[in-house]
Design a protein around this ligand. Structure first.
Ligand code: ADP
Length: 295
């Protein structure tokens, strides 16, 4: 069984500033750093660190060539990553002295997927293979339709949630992995129990994995419902908690582990991520997760 993550590849530029720049104002940044990111990239890193070397598909612009080497180093297969003319997807992040941030996201190459490229990638996958998707790329409705027609297992993280998702046939999704905010946006419900019930009513065949931050997570499928509390840790930076959880969760699915075990491992991994600053670099290796004993 192969795993394909068709997702975003972003260059994240983070500027340390005394305050978030105001309208009409010019300020000096005290520091700048550039990291490779995007929900797609982070989730491929999480899969790799969980021991599953997935194929990543996605587009980079001309200044994004370092993604190839970085992915290889992380253990992510780059066969289907492609370079297109124009700019990479990127973010401009300001972080002020109080840790507050503001972010400008430019979709760039992530929004240049074509049906031809999707076909070119998917022709290498078959029934029973897993495809992982988030909502930071274009052509999602087509990818979902084609992956479903092939009999692939579609795992969908509807993040960030927006109106474009209404164009997707989400009835074709096998597994939803989403946080509470996305659950509220998708269903209009406000509590974990009512979100799960509404998702189950809309998508009765799908497995539902709802994460609740410090509140843990709920897994629901048919008559089965499991709750896993979050592990108590000193939170430093919650960035990539959800991406870590998703990557480890999909890794557990690939290994066909019992769902209880999957939830435990994914929750430990995500808890470790929040103890470190940054995104991809804060995602733990399986060896660290196995050593983590906080229960
Ligand atoms: P997202 O990062 O997508 O918003 P969540 O905030 O729901 O997703 O977090 C995903 C998972 O990460 C949670 O189900 C939990 O297991 C873990 N997690 C998140 N925040 C914390 C925290 N402060 N302490 C421990 N675990 C956390």
């Amino acid at each position: 069984m192969k795993v394909l993550n068709f997702g975003s590849l972003n260059l994240d530029y983070t500027y340390k500033v005394s305050h978030i720049v105001r309208e009409g104002e010019t300020i000096l940044a005290n520091d700048v750093s550039m990291n490779l990111g995007g929900k797609g990239f982070n989730q491929s890193v999480a899969l790799a660190r969980a021991g599953i070397s997935c194929y990543h598909a996605g587009l980079v612009g001309e200044e994004g060539l370092e993604f190839y080497d970085a992915c290889e180093t992380f253990g992510i297969k780059t066969d289907y990553i492609k370079t297109v003319t124009g700019r990479c997807g990127h973010t401009v992040i300001q972080v002020d002295d109080n840790g507050q941030n503001s972010i400008v996201l430019f979709g760039g190459a992530n929004l240049k997927n074509s049906k031809e490229y999707v076909d070119e990638v998917l022709k290498n996958f078959d029934t029973g293979d897993i495809i992982l998707l988030q909502n930071e790329i274009n052509e999602l409705p087509y990818i979902i339709d084609q992956a479903f027609a092939k009999g692939m297992t579609i795992v969908f993280n509807p993040s960030p949630y927006d109106d474009r998702l209404e164009e997707c046939d989400l009835g074709k999704v096998s597994v939803f992995v989403l946080n509470e905010t996305e659950g509220q946006q998708m269903t209009g419900m406000t509590t974990p129990a009512t979100i799960v019930a509404a998702l189950d009513a809309f998508f009765s065949n799908a497995r539902i994995m709802l994460t609740l931050g410090e509140g843990g997570c709920i897994y629901h499928h048919g008559d089965e419902e499991l709750y896993q509390p979050a592990f108590s840790v000193k939170a430093v930076d919650t960035t990539a908690a959800g991406d870590t959880f998703t990557g480890y969760f999909v890794a557990g699915l690939c290994r066909k582990q019992p769902m209880r075990e999957i939830l435990l491992t994914a929750s430990k991994a995500a808890a470790l991520t929040v103890t470190k600053p940054g995104a991809a670099q804060s995602i733990p290796f399986m060896s660290e997760v196995e050593l983590f004993n906080n229960d």
